[in-house]
Design a protein around this ligand. Structure first.
Ligand code: ADP
Ligand code: MG
Length: 317
């Protein structure tokens, strides 16, 4: 369990993390979501004792990070993938980590196997691709068999196969009862991985909710219906008091259940060509939630220099 209480970080005038209070619980994947610059990495660094809070507190299983004996056996983290390992082999990199944290040497081969790097264990890590570097970072996080794992934007720059692998790994770690805390600036990514969501914007807490609740509250659900007997179906639906939006060749029925609409159509002998439940995008809900707190908007109302029509004026000689 990770507990934050009033956690705050200022850099001069800039408030990077603003009075955050929430708890990250074991047994589920908790997504830490916010636009770029929201304060996710700063929060994670403070959780790991790499940055000192201006105010407030973080506790890892009730203790401060610097009070943990052999911290890698409590909490494993993948932070900035580029910021590590140089000329050492993957094996030696992990061996050094193990030795300085009282972790048995046998764990090194185990975690290399878990992340699929056994075949390149003796190769120098600086020749690794981004995906391999990410796997090595994750091997380091898993080394101490910690109950708590933290991943900062782990899927950034990965190929689809790597992304799929990381998602499954996080779910299985949570399934083993561990605390899994993972950040992302993409709602679409969180929707596929997280059971619980903590959303921040400009350092402030915007939501702390289960993924299911977030989806339920923030997405418009409707049923798309296509029929060759459009006018008849519209009549029937209006009589049933259902709200219908016409969209292209289809009808969008708000809030209704597909079963109900199907049965209604059958009673009136109306042929349906499509009857499909739909959900509006969560990305939209996330953008709305954080809209006010995004640092650098692409303002549409700021005057933009108009491009000159090609060939007019100075470009002609
Ligand atoms: P995120 O990880 O959500 O993208 P960060 O935690 O990296 O956000 O950054 C939050 C804010 O704090 C940003 O405005 C960033 O510019 C600022 N910031 C982060 N680290 C420092 C630092 N060492 N010095 C000054 N400002 C910083
Ligand atoms: Mg970050």
């Amino acid at each position: 369990m990770i507990e934050l209480e009033g956690l705050t970080k200022r850099y001069g005038e800039k408030v990077a993390v603003d009075n955050l209070t929430f708890t990250v619980r074991p047994g589920i994947v908790t997504g830490f979501l916010g636009p770029n610059g929201a304060g996710k990495s700063t929060t994670m660094r403070m959780m790991l004792g790499l940055d000192r809070p201006t105010a407030g507190d973080v506790r890892i299983d009730g203790k401060h990070y610097d009070r943990l004996k052999d911290p890698l056996t409590y909490i494993g983290a993948l932070l900035d993938a580029k910021a590590m390992h140089g000329g050492r082999s993957a094996y030696n990199h992990l061996l050094c980590l193990a030795q300085s944290n009282g972790i048995p040497k046998s764990r090194v081969a185990e975690v290399l196997d878990t992340v699929g790097l056994t075949a390149v264990a003796k190769k120098k890590a600086k020749g690794f691709s981004l995906g391999m570097g990410q796997r090595l970072g994750i091997a380091g996080a898993l080394l101490g068999d910690p109950r708590i794992l933290m991943f900062d934007e782990p899927v950034n720059g990965l190929d689809p196969e790597g992304i799929h692998w990381i998602r499954n790994l996080m779910k299985s770690l949570a399934g083993q009862g561990r605390t899994v805390f993972v950040s992302s600036h993409l709602m679409s990514e969180m929707a596929l991985t997280a059971d619980h969501l903590v959303v921040i914007g400009q350092g402030r807490l915007l939501a702390d909710t289960s993924m299911a609740d977030f989806i339920e509250r923030n997405s418009r659900s409707y049923v798309r219906v296509r029929t060759p007997q459009r006018e008849r179906l519209l009549d029937v639906l209006h009589q049933a008091g259902v709200t219908v939006v016409e969209s292209g060749g289809a009808l969008e029925v708000d809030g209704g259940k597909a079963e109900y609409i199907g049965e209604l159509a059958a009673q009136h002998q109306i042929v349906l060509h499509e009857l499909s439940p739909q959900q509006a995008s969560l990305e939209e809900a996330f953008m709305q939630l954080t809209a006010e707190s995004v640092e650098y908007h692409a303002h549409t109302d700021t005057p933009v220099e108009q491009p000159r029509p090609w060939g007019e004026g100075w470009n002609r000689s």
